[in-house]
Write a protein that binds this ligand. Structure first.
Ligand code: 0GY
Length: 315
């Protein structure tokens, strides 16, 4: 049985402690601007149709496109960007299948190896892919040589794609030279995972802000307060003020770099073991970090449209 009491279906067992996503999210109080994009979410399987990668570090419960699209409509988003999750390795079929089924309302970020052919890259592009993800979080992936990643970055640059990077704040100094040599737009997942017990004006987060300040090609997702918060799950009597310890970090990034920020739910929230967030409450977090209508329009509509649907008029 899952954390929410419903049976876990499919041939794959959940990793011990991995929670099922919240199947009865709150209707958010915050009304998203028309055309809002959920710029960071995943699809998992279903495993019987799209098997999980043998090299995966966790086995999720199935969370397919139909459930994602239902959540999109319920929360009030118009579009999604599906980021390839590590449990699918470099097999992008589940993600591309969701893109193709979406009527051009989904873009994808893929994982590829250096063995990917030019034809395969073209097919991914036709399927809706506009970026690749380089993951440096050691609990999620095995090491990939940087020369392989740089070679991939050079190839996908020609398609007009960008690179999404996922890393922990403590690793930024070591990765700095590689990141700053990337030739494309670079999108950082979850603000580089700051340690929110440290001061927002402290040395560690200052390095991240410098990374963005000194490199105008660097963008950030101001997502995943539920992953970064140490305050833990929202108290029942305080749920609409959830994850407050993350607010100063995300607000700082939104206010200093309003034209280079994105936001996403991170549904179905892989690897969360302490609590499973209510996606409606995550949406209600947005006005705390983007405090004006103008900032929210950029964060939720203008920026993702410029990056993922630049061909659309007015984007
Ligand atoms: C996230 C975060 C995580 C996992 C993945 O691809 C993944 O497996 O992204 C994580 O465990 O921190 O962005 O969804």
């Amino acid at each position: 049985m899952s954390a929410t009491g419903k049976p876990v279906t499919g041939p794959f067992e959940k990793t011990k402690g991995w929670l099922d996503w919240c199947d009865s999210p709150t209707k958010p109080d915050f009304v998203l601007p028309p055309g809002s994009v959920d710029s960071h979410c995943h699809v998992f399987g279903p495993g019987a149709e799209f098997p999980y990668a043998p090299e995966r570090k966790y086995t999720p419960c199935d969370a397919g496109k139909a459930q994602l699209f239902a959540l999109r409509d319920y929360l009030g988003f118009a579009r999604n960007v599906i980021v390839q999750a590590t449990c699918h390795g470099a097999d992008n079929r589940a993600m591309v299948d969701a893109c193709l089924a979406s009527g051009d309302r989904v873009r994808g970020v893929a994982t590829v190896r250096r063995t990917v052919s030019d034809d395969e890259l073209k097919q991914l592009h036709a399927g809706g892919v506009r970026g690749v993800r380089f993951n440096f979080v050691k609990r999620l992936v095995d090491f990939t040589p940087k020369d392989e990643l740089m070679e991939i970055a050079g190839r996908i640059q020609k398609l007009g794609w960008h690179v999404v990077i996922y890393f922990e704040a403590v690793d930024l100094p070591e990765l700095w030279d590689f990141f700053t040599a990337l030739p494309t737009t670079v999108v950082v997942d979850h603000m580089g995972r700051p340690d929110v017990t440290k001061p927002v004006d402290g040395r560690e987060f200052a390095l991240f802000l410098k990374f963005m300040r000194d490199h105008s090609n660097v963008w950030s997702k101001v997502s995943c307060p539920e992953r970064l918060s140490v305050a833990g799950p929202p108290a029942l009597n305080d749920e609409r003020n959830a994850y407050r310890d993350v607010v100063p970090f995300a607000r700082r990034v939104v206010e200093e770099f309003p034209n280079r920020v994105l936001w996403g739910t991170d549904w179905p929230h892989p690897n969360l073991k302490d609590h499973m967030p209510d996606d409606g409450l995550l949406v209600d977090f947005i006005p705390h970090i983007a405090t004006t209508a103008a900032l929210r329009q950029k964060l939720l509509v203008d920026n993702p449209m410029r990056l993922y649907w630049p061909e659309e008029k007015g984007a």
